[in-house]
Design a protein around this ligand. Structure first.
Ligand code: BEZ
Length: 209
């Protein structure tokens, strides 16, 4: 299998962390096509999937899967994993947390693009404020439910960790820890898992001592 993705993308990282937790990462060749513009379609990605959006998982039979939710559920099913719980008591919580974290990632990535690629105008700052508000609300909600995170590892916790990792990577100025101490405590431990330390958003960045 080939995973087309970007080191910086929290959605790609989610797939890589889940693969490592399932122990199937050695079966997946990770290919990062490098710097891409959101304004110019990339031929390799469009050939692999009509939307041309990463992450894409190319299977041995020539078919491709997108997006991160589909890929993660596929890998979990193939590995007979338990990261997508079957029991209703855990399942809907896990999927809801994944959706919340994905929404946080969407808002953060959209804001990153907006700040990097668009010309400044009057509506821009209001739009960015709206996204930052979404991010803060999502983090605050996660903080309220973080006590339950340690009970069981699911796709929800993996998604939450990748969303917070992306905030630290691209939005260090959003100092979310101060107002969300339960979540900060949980993340400090989770970020030390080998699945997280082996998938940094910037692989060239030196590790802090
Ligand atoms: C980033 O550089 O922040 C980024 C790159 C690809 C996808 C999402 C985010």
């Amino acid at each position: 299998m080939i995973l087309l993705g970007n080191h910086a993308s929290p959605f790609t990282r989610k797939v890589r962390v889940l693969s490592a937790e399932l122990g199937v990462d050695p079966q997946i060749e990770f290919q990062d096509p490098g710097a891409l513009s959101p304004l110019i379609p990339n031929d390799v990605l469009v050939a692999a999937h009509p939307l041309g959006k990463m992450p894409i998982l190319q299977l041995g039979d020539g078919t491709s899967l997108h997006d991160s939710r589909v890929i993660c559920e596929y890998l979990n099913a193939e590995a007979d994993g338990d990261l997508f719980p079957e029991e209703p008591a855990f399942r809907w919580q896990a999927l809801s947390l994944q959706a919340l974290a994905d929404g946080l990632m969407d808002a953060a990535v959209a804001t990153r693009y907006e700040l990097s690629f668009r010309e400044a105008d009057a509506t821009r700052s209001r739009w960015i404020e709206r996204q930052v508000g979404r991010i803060q609300n999502a983090v605050s909600h996660m903080n309220g439910i973080a006590v339950a995170f340690a009970h069981r590892l699911t796709i929800g916790e993996i998604s939450a960790a990748c969303a917070l990792g992306y905030l630290d990577f691209r939005f260090a100025e959003i100092s979310w820890r101060a107002e969300n101490p339960e979540l900060a405590g949980w993340f400090e431990t989770f970020a030390k898992r080998p699945s997280m330390t082996s998938t940094p958003p910037n692989p060239n960045q030196k590790k802090r001592g």
